[in-house]
Design a protein around this ligand. Structure first.
Ligand SMILES: C[S@@+](CC[C@H](N)C(=O)[O-])C[C@H]1O[C@@H](n2cnc3c(N)ncnc32)[C@H](O)[C@@H]1O
Length: 422
């Protein structure tokens, strides 16, 4: 039998890859076989707390180590400073061992050992000093993002938002009420030993919060399609569009299909529901979900929402444009996402979003409605974009906007605007 690899080493290798070429830790984490929960927590913790570790290293080290050794060091620091249920002696010795096998290992292992022992001695002092640092270091967010949120929302709200991002979410599911009655589903969970709380954001859609650490595929009814894992904020856009049975409805950026499934439920299997996406890998996930949920009547189309020739001139009563965005409302879900936001990306994504809105609006029937939505909190992707667009298109009216600001709503960030063709 192959010897189990040192979990600290596995975590450090994933982090080093991310440091070197921004490769998504999620993809590497999906391949981890042993000790998955520990490695997941350490990798996400190190990535999320980058500004704190870099601040500490600036004070404690003369020069920054190469990415692999820096990753090993941070794996150790994360365990000592942030994890409660880790035995400190094992944390230090296994982490130091992880550094040894590489060229330059012995010297770096010595340095890592010294820094970790210092962290063990001075942990409390580190947090006292950290408290006095500016918010972007203390809460480990890019300064650029903190500054932009402070301009948009004020300093106190920007801080609350950054604090929110540092707490990974609980798992929430939405009951597929067209597949199972809500009370019956709750009963099935209870029979399976799962006590799930109804999420306060529930209204038409019923969301349940699962206890921590439950494997989704083990929840009763996964293969039967009784539920979809989904944050309650996803209902904001669908509530605003309110698709009805018998309508022709387009979801132009549909994968993985969470909102499409919600719309299918509202339409009760009557009418046309077209789910389009541009990317093959995303369409594969959309198809998987379609199959699991038994939505054979939903039509899946591969097409570009900027140039929707694939739709062959069809028009729709209701369209959802759940556009690609910078995801700044859902940073708590992806430890690495906060480090990928910059001015250039905002400009680029806003141009793409506008192109999708231009083309999507052209597919509406007279009197038809569309919802433009994002899971971002940046005005350029949301309010500003929609207001400017409607001003330039007098044949459309902006009827309503909704926004979820996480520290106030208690759910993911989301923006949705209802636009009607006159
Ligand atoms: C925010 S996600 C959609 C989430 C989805 N509505 C849901 O609720 O599950 C945006 C999607 O847009 C797709 N996309 C990106 N550019 C596109 C384009 N030009 N045309 C159509 N889809 C596009 C992406 O592949 C991605 O799946």
């Amino acid at each position: 039998m192959a010897k189990k690899r040192n979990s600290r080493l596995v975590a450090a290798e994933i982090i080093a890859l991310w440091m070197e070429n921004q490769s998504f830790p999620d993809r590497q984490l999906a391949k981890v076989q042993n000790d998955h929960a520990f490695i997941l927590e350490v990798v996400n913790g190190v990535v999320r707390n980058q500004n704190i570790f870099q601040w500490l290293e600036r004070q404690w080290l003369k020069k920054s180590p190469q990415p692999f050794f820096r990753a090993v060091l941070e794996v150790g620091l994360y365990q000592l400073l942030f994890m409660e249920n880790v035995e400190q002696y094992a944390a230090i010795s296994e982490t130091v061992d992880a550094a040894k096998g590489r060229p330059g290992g012995p010297g770096n292992a010595k340095m890592i050992n010294a820094v970790l022992r210092r962290a063990q001695r001075e942990g409390e002092k580190v947090f006292q000093l950290l408290e006095k640092q500016p918010a972007h270091i203390r809460l480990s967010h890019p300064k650029y993002l903190m500054d932009r949120w402070t301009r948009q929302y004020g300093e106190a709200a920007a801080i609350r938002l950054a604090e929110w991002d540092n707490h990974p979410p609980a798992t929430v599911l939405r009951i597929e009420q067209s597949a199972i009655d809500a009370d019956e589903f709750k009963e099935k969970l209870r029979e399976g030993g799962i006590e799930a709380e109804v999420h306060p954001f529930s209204s038409y859609e019923i969301f349940l919060q699962l206890p921590r650490g439950i494997a989704v595929k083990k929840v009763p009814g996964y293969s039967e399609g009784w539920f979809t894992i989904q944050d309650p904020a996803t209902s904001v856009a669908v509530d605003l569009l309110a698709p009805r049975p018998g309508e022709a409805v387009l979801d132009a950026c549909a994968a993985p299909g969470g909102k499409a499934a919600m719309m299918a439920g509202r339409m009760k299997g009557q009418g046309e529901l077209v789910a389009m996406d541009l990317h093959d890998d995303r369409i594969a996930v959309l198809q998987e979900n379609q199959k699991r949920l038994g939505l054979d009547w939903m039509e899946i189309v591969r097409g570009d929402a900027r140039k929707p020739q694939a739709l062959d001139g069809r028009t729709f009563d209701a369209i959802l444009l759940d556009v690609p965005c910078l995801n700044t409302g859902v940073l708590r879900r992806r430890a690495d996402a906060r480090w990928r936001v910059d001015e250039e990306r905002i400009g680029k994504i806003a141009r793409l979003q506008r192109e999708i809105l231009d083309a999507g609006a052209g597919l509406l029937k007279e009197g038809g409605r569309l919802v433009y939505s994002t899971c971002s909190l940046e005005a350029e992707e949301n309010e500003d974009l929609v207001a400017e667009w409607v001003q330039e298109h007098p044949e459309f009216v902006l009827e309503k906007t909704e926004k979820s600001f996480p520290p106030e709503s208690g759910v993911d960030g989301a923006f949705a605007a209802l636009i009607r063709r006159k």
